[in-house]
Each structure stands twice: as structure tokens, then as C-alpha cells.
Design a protein around this ligand. Structure first.
Ligand SMILES: NC(=O)c1ccc[n+]([C@@H]2O[C@H](COP(=O)([O-])OP(=O)(O)OC[C@H]3O[C@@H](n4cnc5c(N)ncnc54)[C@H](OP(=O)(O)O)[C@@H]3O)[C@@H](O)[C@H]2O)c1
Ligand SMILES: *[C@@H]1O[C@H](CO)[C@@H](O)[C@H](O)[C@H]1NC(C)=O
Ligand SMILES: *[C@@H]1O[C@H](CO)[C@@H](O)[C@H](O)[C@H]1NC(C)=O
Ligand SMILES: *[C@@H]1O[C@H](CO)[C@@H](O)[C@H](O)[C@H]1NC(C)=O
Length: 317
């Protein structure tokens, strides 16, 4: 019967779609982290220098060490010269052949092209093969917009730090990469950008900006030899996340950066760490009302704990 055969066709199509979806999930989890062959970064970058913003702590510092280990000279950019000197010294002790330069720059106090020009000029004197747009700022704890810790100053800082450096530095360094027909740009976004996240309005949206821009630039520069990668991690131990003890789902910055750097050239868009990718894929399979419920209860729980701690500290003063 014709209608039986329609039912069969619908059934097989459904199975094929489910199979395809599951296969994509497994490839996204296993591909970049276990299956795909290694990539020669030096060849992909065709420039000896790697620039890392927000490089004196957390994930940025770990990227700097991992890229030095892979043979790149390093430019460290962050706010505090004393911290930059410390990290430079650590790098020199560990990798004696690596050249290290530092550039002190406050991304929160730099709003115009003129503010950036001295740094852009300095960077463009070097053959920059890798740019890691890592600098970023988050909330002290989840909160609705008008009650955010730090008020309007913090709102401004997060918005600027999470969007302007990544846009301006990429635009300023792309010309030399386009000339060489090679280069790697890594943008640090966040898994908080994957869904609209209540109580994280400014963080989640500015990180969405990073994901979106990277995706668009990939379309613009796909045939120009340039690798543009977005890394959207879940929790990593750092000052920002306030998580100190590492675990299966929360790696330290060193393990995280080693894993994330090894995915360059294998995938354009990933969380950077296999256990994070498992979490991301599970979130993606959940119905949106369940996902929203989970995200909301996590954020409100974190806020309640933070407010309690704040009250305790106020009492002790
Ligand atoms: N940790 C996580 O769980 C997590 C999860 C998802 C995404 N991320 C993203 O990963 C990136 C790095 O996060 P992280 O946890 O490693 O942060 P972190 O430990 O707080 O490190 C921040 C770095 O940025 C520098 N920095 C901060 N404000 C600056 C400013 N105004 N101007 C210049 N440099 C500044 C800091 O150095 P100075 O103090 O010397 O300036 C430091 O080197 C961010 O983009 C973040 O959004 C993190
Ligand atoms: C990263 O995002 C910025 C803007 O957010 C964009 O200018 C840049 O080209 C992107 N680069 C990569 C590698 O995604
Ligand atoms: C951690 O972050 C706080 C602000 O969020 C800052 O005052 C402090 O200096 C940071 N600590 C380190 C080690 O960077
Ligand atoms: C980070 O975690 C890895 C794996 O758990 C561990 O081997 C390493 O010693 C840790 N590094 C630091 C700096 O804590």
C-alpha cells in the first residue's frame, strides 16, 4: 500500500536524522580531542610570534606557556607591568630559547583607536602568527542588571573589555596575516554565550558577540589561509571563575590550554576541553524549558551563596 510505504519512508528518515545527530555529537566530543591527527601550528601560523591578551593569569597565562612550549616567541599583554615581568621571568626560566616581550595595556581604560595605536604599531613590527584574544571580564556573582556588583562602572568595563580588544586587535593584525596567507586567531568566548543566561546579561551577550564575529570572519577569511577559532569553555579553575580545586569537569588552566591549543586547525568552534564538550552536548540535547530551568537554578544558587558570603563578611568588619 502506498500509505504503508510512506510510513516506512518517514520512519527511515527519522532514524537517519537521529543517527546523523548522534554521530555529530560524538564527532564533536571525540574528534578534536582524540581522533583527528595533530596539526603543525608553526606551519599554519607562518609567523614566529604569538600575542596573548590577558596573559598574566588564568587561561591566558596558560596559553602563553603552551604556545612557548610549541616554539613560538611570546608577546604578553595585560594591565600590570609587575605581573608581566613575573610571567616573563617564569617563561624565560622554563623556555630558554623563547623571546618574550611585554606590553602593559589597560583594556578598560582604552576606548579609542588612538589609545590602541602604539600597541598596534609595536605588534605590527613583529611577524604575528598567532593572536589569542583572551582578555575578558565577568561578574563577581550572577545578578540582575540594575543590581550588579560594581554598578554602571562594572557594566561599562565588562562591555568594553569583552568586545573592543578582540575586534580592534584582530582587525589591526589581519592585514599582515592576509599578506602571508597564513595566521591563527583564537577568540576566547564562553559556554555562557551558548544560551541566553539569566543573571549574566552583560557577560553572556558580550561573549555571544565574540562567537558571532568569529563565525562571520570565518566566512570572510576562509579562502585567505587564516584559521579563526572560537573557544567557548565551561568552568576552568581561575581567579575569574573563583574555582580553586580542579576536577574532571573543571580543569586547571594548564590542562585546559594544552587541550585547547591542540584543537587548533582541527575544529573552528569548540569548548576547548573534552569533558566540557560532553556537558555542552548534553545541554544541547535537553528541551529548552529543562535547560532554562537548570541554568536558572544554578545562577540563583550561586547568587544566594555569594550574597550570604557578602553578608557574613560585612558582619565581620
Ligand atoms: N575561567 C573560566 O571558567 C572561564 C570560562 C569561560 C570563559 N572564560 C574566558 O576566558 C578568558 C580568561 O579568563 P580567566 O578565567 O583566565 O581570567 P583571569 O584569571 O581573571 O585572568 C584575566 C587576565 O586578564 C588581565 N586583565 C584583566 N583586566 C584587564 C584590563 N583591564 N586590561 C588588561 N588586562 C586585563 C589580567 O591581568 P592584569 O590583572 O595584570 O591586568 C589577567 O592576566 C576570559 O575571556 C573569560 O571570559 C573563562
Ligand atoms: C574574533 O572576534 C572578533 C570580534 O569579536 C573578530 O574581530 C575576530 O576576527 C575574531 N577572530 C576569530 C579568530 O574568531
Ligand atoms: C582576582 O580578581 C580580583 C578582582 O576580581 C582582583 O582584585 C585580584 O587582584 C585578582 N587576583 C589575582 C591573583 O589576579
Ligand atoms: C593541572 O592538572 C593536571 C591534571 O589534573 C595536573 O597534572 C597538573 O599538575 C595541574 N597543574 C597545576 C599547575 O596545578
Amino acid at each position: 500500500m502506498a500509505c504503508q510505504c510512506l510510513v516506512n519512508a518517514a520512519g527511515y528518515t527519522f532514524l537517519a536524522l537521529v543517527g546523523y545527530k548522534l554521530l555529530s555529537v560524538f564527532i564533536r566530543i571525540l574528534g578534536p580531542y582524540l581522533l583527528f591527527p595533530g596539526v603543525d601550528l608553526k606551519n599554519k601560523a607562518k609567523g614566529g610570534w604569538a600575542v596573548v591578551t590577558g596573559a598574566t593569569d588564568g587561561i591566558g597565562k596558560a596559553y602563553a606557556f603552551e604556545l612557548a612550549r610549541r616554539g613560538f616567541n611570546i608577546v604578553l599583554v595585560s594591565r600590570t607591568q609587575s605581573k608581566l615581568n613575573d610571567v616573563k621571568k617564569e617563561l624565560n626560566e622554563k623556555f630558554s630559547n623563547t623571546e618574550v616581550r611585554t606590553f602593559a595595556f589597560d583594556f578598560a581604560r582604552s576606548m579609542t583607536r588612538q589609545d590602541y595605536q602604539p600597541m598596534i604599531d609595536e605588534l605590527n613590527k613583529l611577524e604575528v602568527g598567532v593572536l589569542v584574544n583572551n582578555v575578558g571580564m565577568s561578574y563577581d556573582y550572577p545578578e540582575s542588571l540594575h543590581k550588579m556588583e560594581g554598578g554602571l562602572d562594572r557594566v561599562t568595563d565588562i562591555t568594553v573589555i569583552n568586545t573592543l580588544p578582540v575586534t580592534l586587535l584582530t582587525a589591526a593584525l589581519l592585514p599582515q596575516m592576509v599578506d602571508r596567507h597564513a595566521g591563527i586567531v583564537v577568540n576566547l568566548s564562553s559556554a555562557s554565550a551558548n544560551y541566553p543566561m539569566a543573571l549574566w546579561a552583560v557577560y553572556s551577550s558580550t561573549k555571544k558577540y565574540v562567537q558571532w564575529l568569529s563565525e562571520i570572519l570565518r566566512r570572510e577569511y576562509a579562502n585567505k589561509g587564516i584559521t579563526i577559532q572560537t573557544i567557548s569553555p565551561m568552568l576552568v579553575c581561575s581567579n575569574m571563575s573563583k574555582v580553586k580545586r580542579s576536577s574532571f569537569f573543571t580543569p586547571n588552566a594548564t590542562s585546559f590550554a594544552r587541550s585547547a591549543v591542540s584543537t587548533i586547525g582541527k575544529t573552528d568552534d569548540t569548548s576547548g576541553y573534552m569533558s566540557h564538550q560532553i556537558q555542552v552536548e548534553i545541554m544541547g540535547l535537553l528541551p529548552s524549558f529543562v535547560r532554562d530551568y537548570l541554568i536558572n537554578s544554578m545562577s540563583t544558587g550561586t547568587r544566594a551563596a555569594a550574597l550570604k558570603k557578602k553578608a557574613r563578611e560585612a558582619k565581620n568588619e
